[in-house]
Design a protein around this ligand. Structure first.
Ligand code: NAP
Length: 250
């Protein structure tokens, strides 16, 4: 299982102790203290698509689950290609994107550079939640005052910023208090989807804060795509039931 999201962790935890599976949970190694399930875990890249194919063959992997972040384009693309070339069925767990309601003030943009442009020329108080690897683009807009929240401390960041190193989930009350305390005018987020970080959108709605939403990149199709953990468990169980008992039993 290619992990790194709350849903990946929830799926992995549901497999703990389930003797139908011998699961291995994989993370990129980008966070210093990743949340891991009580399963076999590995950390770090495979060395591109060829490395992933080699890994699938060497470990005699029978099912591949891509439960990475919807913006993890390279990993998801490699998973699709490796699955096809190694003949290993691929399930993609892709949580639905967030959609705006009538009371939301969303500006939807294609990428981080466009998000920076959308902030406009006048100085604003901006809450950036796009992740520590996407901050360099905002150095091009030093006129704004930034509140930056990341899991890992940022290495590159725009001037005039306050940094919070925190990991979700965050609740509505916390998010509302944060927006008010820092007098935030604009929130910048990726359209990650999922429940863990959604309360910031509700808080922005309540506080009349504009939200610049970086829309999702296009990902190649997997054999099977599901939107939540129960559906992923159903697919795995179904696949398992259809395999010969010796195929997946441990
Ligand atoms: P990426 O750009 O698609 O991946 C870059 C490289 O990191 C991949 O080519 C692969 O290296 C390695 N990698 C990524 N996910 C991996 C995994 N689960 N196990 C082993 N290697 C992995 O993805 P990213 O944006 O760097 O994201 C890295 C991780 O952070 C993912 O697990 C993702 O779920 C999580 N994450 C990403 C975001 C985001 O906004 N991008 C946000 C939250 C969490 P090789 O080519 O060497 O195999």
């Amino acid at each position: 299982m290619l992990g790194g999201t709350s849903e990946a962790l929830a799926l992995a935890r549901a497999l703990e102790g389930d003797r139908r599976y011998a699961a291995v949970y994989s993370v990129a190694g980008r966070t210093r203290d990743p949340r891991l399930p009580v399963l076999a875990c590995r950390c770090g890249g495979f060395g591109g698509v060829e490395g992933l194919i080699e890994y699938l063959r060497a470990e005699r992997i029978e099912l591949l689950v891509d439960a990475t972040h919807p913006f993890a384009v390279r990993m998801s693309t490699h998973a699709v290609e490796a699955s096809r070339r190694a003949g290993v069925p691929l399930l993609a767990l892709r949580r639905p994107a967030w959609t705006p309601g009538p009371a939301d003030r969303w500006v939807q943009v294609a990428d981080i550079a466009a998000a920076c442009v959308a902030l406009g020329p006048a100085p604003r108080r901006v809450f950036l939640t796009t992740g520590h690897t996407d901050l360099a683009a905002f150095c091009a807009a030093p006129q704004h005052r930034y509140l930056i929240r990341t899991v890992e401390p940022p290495t590159v960041r725009p001037p005039h910023c306050t940094c919070l190193t925190q990991r979700g989930p965050f609740d509505l009350e916390q998010e509302r208090a944060l927006l008010r305390e820092h007098r935030i005018e604009i929130l910048v987020t990726k359209n990650s989807g999922g429940a863990a970080t959604a309360p910031k959108l509700a808080a922005a709605r309540e506080c009349g804060v504009t939200v610049i939403v970086v829309e999702r990149p296009r990902l190649p199709s997997a054999d099977q795509e599901v939107g939540d953990v129960p559906a992923a468990l159903d697919w795995l169980a179904d696949h398992c039931a259809r395999s010969r008992p010796t195929d997946l039993g441990v």
